[in-house]
Design a protein around this ligand. Sequence first.
Ligand code: GLC
Length: 587
Amino acid sequence: MEKQWWHGKIAYQIYPKSFYDTDGDGIGDLPGIIEKLDYLKDLGVDIVWLSPVYRSPLADQGYDISDYYDIDPRFGTMDDIDRLLAEAKKRDMYIVMDLVVNHCSDEHEWFKKACLDPEGEYGQYFYLKKLKKTASSPDDAFAVRSPDGYVLPCNWRSYFGGPVWEKLPGHEDWFYLHVFHKKQPDLNWENPKLREEIYTMVNWWLDKGLAGFRIDAIINIKKALPFQNYAPDREDGLCTIGRMLQDARGVGEFLGELRDRTFAPHQAFTVGEVFNEKAEELPAFIGDHGYFSSMFDFSETVWGSSHAGWHKNKGITPDDYKGCLFSTQDKVGDIGFLSNIIENHDEPRGVSRYIPPQDMKIMPEEMRTAAKKALATVYFFVRGLPWIYQGQEIGMENVPIRSISEVDDIASIDAWNVMLRQGVSEKDALLALERNSRDNARTPFQWSGAPGAGFTTGTPWLRLNPGYTKINLAQQTGDPASVYNYYKKLIRLRKDSRYSGTMIYGSFEPYLADQSRVIAYQRRSGAQAILVVSNYTKETRALPLPAPVRKVLLDNCADTPAGEPLQITDKSVVLSGYRTLVLELDV
Ligand code: GLC
């Protein structure tokens, strides 16, 4: 693997709507991000990804773009972006924006023109079909119809529920394809003209000084054509998009062209949101000269999810989590550099998912904090680029949901309807939402315990997590034992030139892999060996050491009353509940 400038960096995701509001309208904005750059710099962050701030009706919170060359006024102006880029540069920081090009908004001018003339130039920018009420192959048992009887070209279920086909506004018998929400019509990447439009736009942004992009939902740009039905996997007669993706071939041609025409000439940093990749495709995606610089590891994220509904999603145990972490490391090896996360804007909070909820419920406060730091430590030092999602650095948790009326996220609302249709009780469906909802990560950043959590002086667009009076940055900055100050230590250690070579490029070797609820591994290079070891249980345990300890680099219970002096001998260490160490070994 060739070395890259970004391998030793720390990346951070901002969800602008919920980060920091400077004008009191309850919505975070670009001036708010600029104001907090020093905060991020001080934390140790280098690369900042902004979820979309382009002009958008916000049907899917900005992932539905109506103008790629403009900023939504709710977030600010193009001048604000220019200022952000300049201010980031002054601080040696890199700004990465979201590239959402599987689809645009139904309010984009391309789509409006397509509606006016489906057979014209812009009709070719989308997947439009003129349909009949009689099936062309009446013997196709899986064919589904629109409510008014038109036979749909395929029975795929959109990610947000319902068929992927929707009537084209202004027409009786024309339909368009949307694999996400109906306000997100899919762009037709088979059309070279559309691809040219995308490349021009990407280059326009990179020429402005953007460091690169996080690339949204990109695997969906290649459809298995011609459209066909698959065996339904739910009582709605539809089939998950994932099934179609198994059959789609040739996404690499689009991605290679995108790279060669845009990213490569700009030496842009790119990170793909790629689900469903096949192991043998890794070198093409993130190997040297791959389509992307990096892509997210979602193996833990998707673990236990079910097509049948959120109530069927399984919780992940610490051993399952460890299994995902280690098998990804094994799979990726030296091929490239994955991006490691414990949460993002589409996921529940990591501390509410990867620390057993039953432990979180009963542990004393101090051990809960230790557990949050333990999780932070184990994902931070595996091979790859560590990402922090806003609020993760203060240990923000899932938000309680008392009623469906409190829910904003469209994916959650669909999941709710699916569960109720299947006869799940409202009580159980709410619990499933609490565990899985995208709102969990989207509640505003908890800057302080003041009204509005220091996020806004107005009414926040999405309710605050009521936990903000206890979990907030202001209360953690001065406390040496806080989660926040621990994240600073993690970052400092990964950047410490005495260890960074090993932390970044060293080999990854699981340790005590068969011991339940011990998460431990070594990173080695040359004469250096670093052991990360976590007692991922509430109980005190003695664990063997592979070699004597030269130095304790990090201890998640240091600075806390529970941090009793460490009992380390040449051969073993005693760890209290969730105690986690990073040790330099004498080898
Ligand atoms: C990605 C985004 C998600 C969005 C979807 C459609 O998965 O992360 O938030 O809803 O794509 O753009």
